[in-house]
Ligand binder design. Structure first.
Ligand SMILES: NC(=O)c1ccc[n+]([C@@H]2O[C@H](COP(=O)([O-])OP(=O)(O)OC[C@H]3O[C@@H](n4cnc5c(N)ncnc54)[C@H](OP(=O)(O)O)[C@@H]3O)[C@@H](O)[C@H]2O)c1
Length: 326
């Protein structure tokens, strides 16, 4: 099969399209003819050699895909060749064929094409895990979503809305309109405004119940400061750095804060199956009726994968960058 590969770790110019052995489905797996995959920040880190795939996973980039089942393992009961599926992968999405456990494959919601469906798995699973499983977000609560215009951010805004919560986001100004359209009540331009002051002013000094963070160290103190009593901080990435020089943690005690972090890729298969099935029950009826939607910023032909990586690294996307696999 054809797959996007790396000559060596480094910049986007290291990516090339070439032949690679087609994976074989094991007993519980299906082989999918991939029609579309989507970019994630993790791909850019893996390309640089900073985020190796977990043991046993494909060395090929790509954490999600959508396409058509081509072959099924002997023990598969849920799917047959010709079924249209999308799903989260541990790797291997930038390829003509990918294997996925039958319980991780989800049907492409009615009416969607593969390019839209490929934009669902990683960001909706991550947002759902963070808001529902980790933060236990309740209706009526307020959540601060950093990087609101990111793939994960645009999914999280929508999920918070359908969970009955109010959301505020930080994002560069050009991304505010879509965040507000998706359901955020307040958008903060973190380049121009201090987000801590803006959140406290907007909430009449009450603060947020939950903060979803991807920036890490530079935001840590302010995140603690903007949480209200019994608040929860969920760390999903460390794009801004890992070390805080000075930290005042007194409010962790005083406000009974909970701080946790998670990476989805490192979770066990059992955990990911349970999460995928829970998201399926929760979100698929909402995708079917159009209440939730994947936000596709742009679609690149996979031959232009280097350009797609540069576009993401320039922070130009709002929502997902999709690769059409031909
Ligand atoms: N823990 C997990 O399980 C998990 C799963 C999926 C993704 N993630 C992480 O979630 C984050 C979002 O992923 P994504 O694929 O949705 O990203 P994305 O679409 O590429 O969006 C990232 C956005 O973050 C904003 N940003 C703010 N500060 C930044 C900084 N210091 N460096 C780079 N970008 C900054 C930029 O938007 P502005 O123009 O608004 O600044 C940028 O466009 C990534 O860090 C990713 O690794 C974590």
């Amino acid at each position: 099969m054809q797959a996007i590969q790396l000559t060596t770790f480094g910049g986007p110019e290291q990516l090339f399209l070439g032949s690679f052995p087609t994976p074989k489905p094991s007993e519980q797996e299906v082989l999918v003819r991939v029609e579309a995959t989507a970019l994630n920040r993790a791909d850019t880190l893996q390309r640089q050699g900073k985020y190796p795939p977990p043991p046993g996973e494909s060395p090929i980039l790509g954490l999600e895909m959508a396409g058509t089942v081509a072959e099924v393992g002997k023990g598969v009961t849920k799917w047959q060749p010709g079924d249209r599926v999308c799903g989260l992968l541990g790797g291997g999405g930038y390829a003509e064929y990918a294997v996925v456990h039958e319980d991780m494959a989800l049907p492409i919601p009615g009416g969607m094409d593969a390019e839209q469906a490929a934009a669902i798995p990683e960001v909706f699973l991550t947002g759902f895990q963070a808001l529902q499983w980790l933060a236990r977000l309740q209706a009526g609560e307020t959540v601060l979503i950093h990087a609101g215009g990111s793939g994960v951010g645009t999914a999280a805004i929508q999920l918070a809305r359908v969970m009955g919560a109010r959301s505020m986001v930080t994002a560069s100004a050009s991304k505010h309109a879509i965040c507000l359209e998706l359901g955020a009540e307040k958008a903060i331009d973190y380049r121009e405004e201090d987000f801590e002051a803006a959140v406290l002013a907007y909430t009449q000094q009450q603060g947020a119940d939950v903060a979803l963070d991807f920036i890490g160290a530079p935001y840590f103190q302010q995140n603690i400061n903007v949480l209200r009593t019994d608040g929860r901080l969920i760390l999903l990435a460390l794009m801004g750095g890992v070390k805080t020089e000075q930290l005042n943690i007194s409010s962790v005690l005083r406000k009974r804060l909970q701080i946790t972090g998670s990476t989805l890729r490192a979770r066990t298969l059992e955990y990911k199956i349970a999460l995928a099935q829970d998201l399926f029950r929760f979100a698929w009826p909402l995708f079917e009726e159009g209440t939730l939607k994947p936000i596709v910023d742009s679609v690149f032909d996979w031959k232009d994968v280097a350009e797609a990586h540069r576009y993401m690294e320039a922070n130009r996307n709002v929502g997902k960058i999709v690769l059409r696999v031909s």
